[in-house]
Design a protein around this ligand. Sequence first.
Ligand code: ARG
Length: 281
Amino acid sequence: MMKKILCIALALVMVASLGVVAFADEVDAIKEAGVLTVALSPDFSPMEFVDSTKEGQDQYVGFDVTLAKYIAEKLGVALEIQAMSFDACQTAVAMDAVDMSISGYSWTEARAENFELSDYYYAGDNETEQVLLVRAADADKYKSAEDFSGKDVGAQNASLQQMLVESQLPDANLKIIGEIGVGVMELQSGNIEALAVAMGNGKQIIANNTDLVICDWQFEVAAEYEANVIMMHKGDTALLAAVNEALAEAYENGYYGPWYEEALEIAASEGAIEVSVEDAA
Ligand code: ARG
């Protein structure tokens, strides 16, 4: 009898000590590390961009940055933003090099297959409408999808916009662009005829570039793409649950509207810029 109790006690001690060595799950690992690493591509105002009057971590601003801070706070850890190009953000999550990416992601079938995607969160008019920017001087030339056939149309690499150009403008020549800011310059210089962007982001771009306008014709957007999601490594279901809990709380507390307004205000400020981050070699 005594022996049996000893055995059970010993087994319990072993299980307990194992728990210290191997983390129960990825949330425990984040708490143990004391830091949440979040990848984002700060070329997408007002969701994520750069305040050039600030330095270091403080330079990253926008709705998604506020959201990232909120989630880190909920987990009781510090936040570390890792800025990289939009496609590199997705690779970083796939390779488990960061805890998550919050970078204005629309829900898509392919992403749902390859990643854990959070519940929807608010993204202003960034996801409800997907549009094309064209040069103001050419606005009259582009009134329908057919008008883009044979024309060079830019879209960010690995984005929803790329998918929309491929499916809804099959006769256009898709030009893949790494950074949105580079696409804007290509459009201004006449290297491309149009650039596919999210409406909210497009409004920010034309506010700073009066030679560009939003085209009358716009993409049809399926309802499931009309909100943003946070991207996590496949299998990180404990983190997914923690993130969804934080999102539900932010929604119930009515934080989304004020966070978006604040992001718009910063975007309108003097130092606001959208930054292109080269892929790490
Ligand atoms: N919503 C679009 C997508 O999911 C564009 C997001 C672009 N984000 C960025 N930080 N550049 O692909």
